[in-house]
Design a protein around this ligand. Structure first.
Ligand code: GRF
Length: 212
């Protein structure tokens, strides 16, 4: 049985698109049934709708400074849709314990660096500034500490002489689009092939069934 999966976005949703595309395969172990955005103008919402997926904005501005109330509203919609797994894909809000605790062990995030290096923002610029030769992306479980949960998979790319921030971001993003579907599939219980050569899916955790 396919795991009912929701994706939370804030913007263009290219990782969301990669997950939707992978999940079209009849053998893929997760089904993308819902996309939520905290921004009504997120272009990913239209992409999801065009793919026939229910997509809704829950605007954080409607909740003022009450982040917990915003997340409680998201949680209500997730539960109403019988969601089993939540994938954050460019969801640009710091989470509070409301969502983190409710979805602990069942919420994934993709981050554009090889964690634990470069948590937070401006990861590509910081990797260039640091002079590292390898960079990449990580899919991890979400815990209360930002960008610090158990790692489900990583994909590495080289940093080449003369790379701009944008060059590097594009190179990493191509790997993100391969890694996230592979990591979600491994998490949902089935090996799904690996991203490009040079990338690896490390330490995939098995699906452990609904926690509530
Ligand atoms: C990606 O680089 C992702 O790793 C980060 O935010 C970006 C979102 O891009 N968390 P997209 O919306 O998936 O195109």
């Amino acid at each position: 049985m396919k795991r009912r999966t929701a994706i939370l976005i804030s913007g263009r949703g290219s990782n969301m698109e990669a997950l939707i595309a992978a999940a079209r395969d009849p053998d893929y172990p997760a089904e993308i049934v819902l996309v939520l955005s905290n921004r009504p103008d997120a272009s990913g919402l239209d992409i999801a709708r065009a793919a026939g997926i229910e997509a809704e904005a829950i605007d954080h501005r409607d909740f003022g400074r009450d982040r917990a109330a915003h997340e409680a509203a998201i949680d209500v919609v997730l539960r109403a849709a019988d969601i089993e797994i939540v994938c954050l894909a460019g969801y640009m809000r710091l989470l509070t314990p409301v969502l983190v605790n409710a979805w602990q062990g069942r919420m994934l995030n993709i981050h554009p660096s090889l964690l634990p290096s470069f948590p937070g923002l401006r990861t590509h610029a910081r990797a260039l500034e640091a002079g590292v030769k390898l960079h990449g992306c990580t899919v991890h479980l979400v815990t209360e500490e930002m960008d610090a949960g158990p790692i489900l998979g990583q994909a590495a790319v080289p940093i080449l002489p003369g790379d701009s921030e944008d060059d590097l971001a594009q190179r990493v993003l191509r790997q993100e689009h391969a890694l996230y579907p592979a990591a979600l599939a491994a998490f949902a219980g089935v090996a799904w092939g690996l991203p490009d050569e040079g990338a690896c899916l490390t330490n995939p955790l098995p699906w452990q069934g609904p926690a509530r």
